[in-house]
Ligand binder design. Structure first.
Ligand code: ZN
Length: 499
């Protein structure tokens, strides 16, 4: 066994311990920490995160990775260590190229920009945020320019969030999707919205928590390898192998919101819970492939959770836990969870219009990075695209360009990964039906665990060993295509809306 390889494994264990401590403190800050402990917790969080960062950028670590990158040594490593060396050495080299002063300035500017964005959003006034956005765009270009001087900055950003993906592939997939979705949305709009008055009411929060636990267990979340808590915004966090946690947010009048958040975050968590234990402390255990991760949460939330058959075995229990559901006919419930209509806010959008929200952001990012459209023209461009794609025009910037925080912190190139996740889902569904049979039958008979077992076998257990394009090739055979997702939408919504 290569001695340097053993040293790197020990070194990785050390980094993971700091990361685990940081993740635990961060979890605590968002779910349970009393107000008076916040300063102290933030200080501890800063300490552990900085240590983890210092270790992963240390010269000592870089030279070990360099040694393992030599072709004759690299060839002798197992798959998980090859992935680890390739990714971590790439990141190490990228970071070495960024001047320290610039990096500190970038982090500070991004923190300040987030605050300015919050104020501008509150005021609904883009002009307050424009100078900060301008600076973040320029600095992000400079930042990735240091990391990968020979590449197009936007391509580097896309690859950072979804390794192996580029704008040529995304252009092809998104334009196919856009062409297919616009007529579908027109047909859905023409059919009219369902009457959902019977859902109005008050839904006990303690009971909603029981529903969350029921749903998590039902889809395959392992409570012996995770936990659930409450936070302002739902999220999933992996502390270590054997401890993947989810949070939820409850609202007395919006029971569907916490139910679908539970299924969504549960999907993220099941993915990480199912990663093979052989990959502990390697890069394969950390899934930084945002599209692939999102494909798993969305598969559970949308493909499974919004299919009426998913609820057939559950609807009676739902009524027992949350009695108002007893008075709501099953059919009305199914219409409610598939109420497709244009709206301004991405995070509140249904599964169909959501795709168009992301296409809009992708087109905006290309306008910013590749066409250099001046910042002051961005709000109007946003509104025009909103009208083109969804047929509605925002009244103010808060429900338009200011709604998401991503750009304020420099996360350009992140948005497309959300939609890529759904595109992969269409392909996974097609493959599942080919191998396991009709989805409605499986769900109606309560055999959802067969689907979770399939996802584990084909996708989850490998963690991030393969990037998304490789996963698609291995599991579905072929390249990423929007066609299966469009086929799924067309057949589902023509059935529900009767056109
Ligand atoms: Zn998610």
């Amino acid at each position: 066994m290569n001695q340097t390889c053993e040293q790197v494994k020990e070194y990785l264990k050390k980094i993971r311990k700091y990361e685990q401590a940081a993740a635990l403190i961060s979890w605590d800050l968002q779910t349970a920490a009393p107000k008076k402990s916040i300063d102290s917790k933030l200080e501890a969080l800063g300490f552990f995160s900085t240590e983890a960062f210092r270790l992963s950028t240390a010269e000592e670590y870089g030279s070990m990775l360099r040694e393992l990158s030599r072709p004759e040594v690299f060839a002798g490593l197992d798959e998980a260590m090859q992935v680890t060396v390739r990714r971590n050495y790439r990141d190490y080299q990228r970071f070495q190229r960024v001047p320290q002063d610039f990096y500190t300035d970038y982090i500070t500017t991004s923190g300040r920009s987030e605050k300015v964005w919050e104020e501008a959003k509150r005021a609904g006034d883009f002009s307050l945020f424009a100078p900060s956005l301008d600076k973040m765009i320029a600095m992000t270009k400079e930042y990735v320019g240091y990391m990968e001087p020979d590449k197009d900055p936007y391509e580097v950003l896309l690859d950072m969030y979804e390794e192996g993906m580029d704008s040529a592939a995304i252009d092809a997939v998104f334009s196919e999707l856009k062409n297919g979705l616009l007529p579908l949305l027109s047909a859905i709009r023409a059919a009219g919205r369902p009457d959902l008055a019977s859902l109005k009411g008050t839904y006990d929060i303690e009971a909603q928590k029981k529903v969350q636990d029921l749903l998590l267990s039902y889809i395959g979340f392992d409570f012996d390898a995770g936990a659930a808590a409450e936070s302002e915004h739902p999220f999933t966090t992996g502390l270590c192998h054997g401890d993947i946690r989810v949070t939820n947010h409850y609202n007395e009048t919006l029971p569907l919101s916490s139910m679908f958040s539970a299924i969504h975050e549960g999907g993220h968590a099941i993915f990480e819970q199912n990663i093979d234990s052989a990959y502990i402390n390697t890069a394969a255990e950390q899934v930084n492939l945002m599209g692939l991760h999102e494909s798993q949460s969305r598969f559970y939330e949308n493909i499974l959770g919004r299919t009426p058959a998913f609820w057939t075995p559950l609807y009676g229990k739902l009524g027992e836990l949350l009695p108002p559901f007893k008075a709501i006919p099953f059919d009305t419930f199914c219409r409610a969870i598939n109420d497709v209509h244009p709206s301004f806010i991405r995070t509140e959008a249904d599964e169909v219009t959501y795709c168009l929200h992301i296409i809009l952001r992708y087109e905006m990012e290309k306008a910013i990075f590749q066409e250099n459209v001046p910042t002051d023209r961005l709000p109007a461009l946003w509104n025009d695209k909103m009208e083109e794609l969804l047929g509605i025009r925002p009244e103010n910037d808060a429900e338009g360009i200011l709604q998401d925080m991503h750009w304020s912190e420099g996360s350009f190139g992140y948005f497309p990964s959300y939609l890529l996740g759904s595109v992969y889902d269409g392909m996974f569904l097609k493959q599942i039906e080919k191998e396991l049979g009709n989805l409605d039958c499986i769900l109606e008979e309560g055999r959802i665990q067969e689907i979770t077992a399939w996802l584990k076998e084909k996708i989850h257990r490998y963690g991030s060993i393969y990037n998304s394009r490789e996963v698609i090739r291995r599991v579905c055979g072929g390249e990423v295509s929007a066609k299966p997702l469009l086929d799924y939408f067309r057949s589902k919504y023509s059935r529900i809306y009767g056109f």
